[in-house]
Design a protein around this ligand. Sequence first.
Ligand code: SAM
Length: 277
Amino acid sequence: MTGDPRQQSAPVVRPSVWETYGPADLSAVPVFSGGFINFGYWGSVDLGSPLSEGDRVRSEQDLYRQVLDAAAPGGGRAVEVGCGLGLGCALALEEYRPEAITGVDIHPQQLQRARLANAPLLEARPDRLRFVLGAAESLPFGDGEFDCLYSVEAAQHFPDLSAFAREAARVLRPGGRVAVASFFTVDGAPGHADRLAGLLDSFASGLDIARPASRLTDALAGAGLVDVRTRSIGPQVWPGWDRWLSRLWEPGTWPRNFLAAWEQRILDYYLITATRP
Ligand SMILES: C[S@@+](CC[C@H](N)C(=O)[O-])C[C@H]1O[C@@H](n2cnc3c(N)ncnc32)[C@H](O)[C@@H]1O
């Protein structure tokens, strides 16, 4: 067992992750709103009308709702891996009524922000919400502690998806559910990584890692999980994200290339689910 809570030391954070979620504080960058740090699920937003700050926050919450609908945490113990500022944990508590939620993040500064952002809730319900330092690849929990594990736009940073899948299988009880939303290459064809590095600074810097979605689904199946499914949610993510970006970023600037990478069939956004038998 790799995740014995008593034997965990502080996780090693890759430099690009350390900088982005520490000193640079991506949550404070204007394109991310409301304390969330994800591209958003825009299916309920009218992209034909001018977008408001409210639309943007709605998109980020709706990405969580897609994942939580799939993870089905109602009544159980849930863990979110890569929880950022923990606003998704708060949303899950309010709307999905789990028994308790644990938010895990590799970055100590993100956890400080999460505790600050959720201070009243933590004080009111310490039995239902907690934030814990830990890496996806070595979760600081015992075997079978959780009824569901979910992750929103964090797996693109995990260096070792096989280790993450093994840990997900280990910390879930039999029958427990996994739901992961993130972006991956559409297949394992050679050249995708180089093309993404040419289009997008976040891949060139190593912050985001180019791998096919099948790398995670194979790893989940290899870890013994069953009913492993992949669904593209790109049509509800990329056009809306690009519309929102267009308020601040000119055409031709690198963040606008996420849409181009999707249109060129290099990158897509996926919701991946599995069950522990
Ligand atoms: C793009 S943010 C998403 C935050 C949140 N899920 C949201 O949607 O608002 C990615 C988060 O994953 C965390 N992270 C990166 N690598 C990680 C790892 N190996 N294990 C756990 N967390 C990680 C980062 O520190 C960051 O808070």
